[in-house]
Design a protein around this ligand. Structure first.
Ligand SMILES: Nc1nc2c(ncn2[C@@H]2O[C@H](COP(=O)(O)OP(=O)(O)OP(=O)(O)O)[C@@H](O)[C@H]2O)c(=O)[nH]1
Length: 299
C-alpha cells in the first residue's frame, strides 16, 4: 500500500535532442519514452510517473520545440505549448552551451507568460569540464533572472538527479495519487509497442527516412499461454524508402523487427511474436488527416 499524499506535475521541455526523454526515463527508472540521437524523436506528450516517499511526480515529456515544417510539426509544437498549462513547475532542459538559442528563449517567454516556477537543468555535464558550466549558467541568468533553481545534471550518469528530485519536491501539492502503484506511464501498452518499433527505425535508418515513418499496431493480443502477438504496419513516404526499410532480401526489416521484439519482450515481461509490414503513404506528414489517423491528435 502506498502512502502518496502529494502530487507534482512537471513539464520537461527543451529543444530537440537535449535529452528530455533520457531524463524522464532516468527518473522513472524504466524506459517509458524512446530515445535516439536524432532530433524530433518524441512526437506526443508522454507521462512518466515516479513515486518517492509520500509524493507522486508526474513528468510530462514533450516533443522538442522546433520550427514546424509540416502538419506533424505543427502538432508537435502545439503539444509543447499546451503542456505548459496547468502544471506545478516547468523543467527547462538545455545543452551545456553558453548561448541561449531561439527555442530556449521562446520557452522561457512561454513559462513567464504562464507564471510557472521554472528549474533550469543543464544536461550532459558528463561531456564538459566543470569550469565550462559557469559561462552556461551566466548566459541563462542574463537571459532571465527568474529561474527558481539551476541544476547541472547528466541523464546518462545520474549526476545531479537527487538534487533535482529534492528541488521538485518543493512544487508538490497535497492531493490524491493519480496513477496506481506500478504504473509508470499513461501510454497504453499497444502504443508503447509502436513507439519501440519507431525507436528501432530511428536507430537503423539514416537521414530523413525514419522521420517520415509512422507505425500502426494492427494486432495486439495475448494467447492463453501468455505469448503476445503484435502485428505492425510501418508507413513511409516514398516507394524508394520502402525498399530501404525492407533491405536486401528483407535483411533491414528483419534487423529492425528483431531489435524491437527484444525490447517489447522486456517491457511486457513475456514472449512476443512480432510481424511487420511496410506500406507507402506519400507525404503523410503534410496531411492533417493522416497525421491524426496515426494518433497525433488533440485529446
Ligand atoms: N553524453 C550524454 N548524452 C545524453 C545525455 N542525455 C541524453 N543524451 C543523448 O542525447 C540524445 C538525445 O536524447 P533524447 O532523450 O532522445 O532527447 P530528447 O530531448 O527527448 O529528443 P527529442 O525527442 O528529439 O526532442 C541521445 O543520443 C541520448 O543518448 C547525457 O546526460 N549525456
Amino acid at each position: 500500500m502506498s502512502n502518496i499524499k502529494n502530487v507534482a506535475m512537471i513539464t520537461v521541455c527543451g529543444r530537440p535532442n537535449v535529452g528530455k526523454s533520457s531524463l524522464t526515463n532516468a527518473l522513472v527508472g524504466e524506459k517509458v519514452a524512446i530515445v535516439s540521437n536524432k532530433a524530433q524523436t518524441t512526437r506526443n506528450r508522454i507521462y512518466g510517473v515516479v513515486n518517492r516517499e509520500d509524493t507522486q511526480y508526474i513528468l510530462l515529456d514533450t516533443p522538442g520545440l522546433h520550427k514546424p515544417k509540416s502538419a506533424l510539426g505543427d502538432y508537435m509544437v502545439k503539444v509543447v505549448t499546451s503542456s505548459l498549462s496547468d502544471v506545478d513547475c516547468a523543467l527547462l532542459l538545455v545543452e551545456p552551451i553558453p548561448h541561449v538559442g531561439g527555442p530556449e528563449q521562446a520557452l522561457i517567454d512561454r513559462i513567464r507568460e504562464e507564471k510557472l516556477p521554472c528549474i533550469l537543468c543543464v544536461n550532459k555535464i558528463d561531456t564538459v569540464e566543470p569550469a565550462e558550466l559557469l559561462p552556461v549558467i551566466a548566459a541563462y541568468n542574463e537571459a532571465w533572472d527568474g529561474f527558481d533553481a539551476i541544476i547541472p545534471i547528466s541523464a546518462h550518469t545520474g549526476s545531479g538527479l537527487d538534487d533535482l528530485m529534492k528541488e521538485l519536491r518543493k512544487y508538490a501539492q497535497e492531493g490524491p495519487q493519480l496513477f496506481p502503484d506500478g504504473m509508470t506511464t499513461d501510454q497504453p501498452e499497444r502504443q508503447v509497442m509502436g513507439e519501440i518499433l519507431r525507436e528501432k527505425l530511428l536507430l537503423c535508418l539514416d537521414k530523413e527516412i525514419p522521420h517520415g515513418t509512422a507505425v500502426e499496431i494492427t494486432k495486439f493480443s495475448e494467447r492463453d499461454s501468455g505469448v503476445i502477438d503484435v502485428d505492425a504496419t510501418i508507413y513511409c513516404e516514398k516507394a524508394s524508402h520502402k525498399g530501404i526499410i525492407i533491405g536486401k532480401q528483407g535483411a533491414m526489416l528483419k534487423k529492425i523487427s528483431s531489435l524491437a521484439r527484444q525490447d517489447m519482450e522486456k517491457f511486457m515481461g513475456t514472449k512476443v511474436y512480432l510481424e511487420t509490414w511496410v506500406k507507402v503513404k506519400e507525404n503523410w506528414r503534410d496531411n492533417v488527416n493522416y497525421v491524426r489517423s496515426f494518433g497525433y491528435r488533440d485529446e
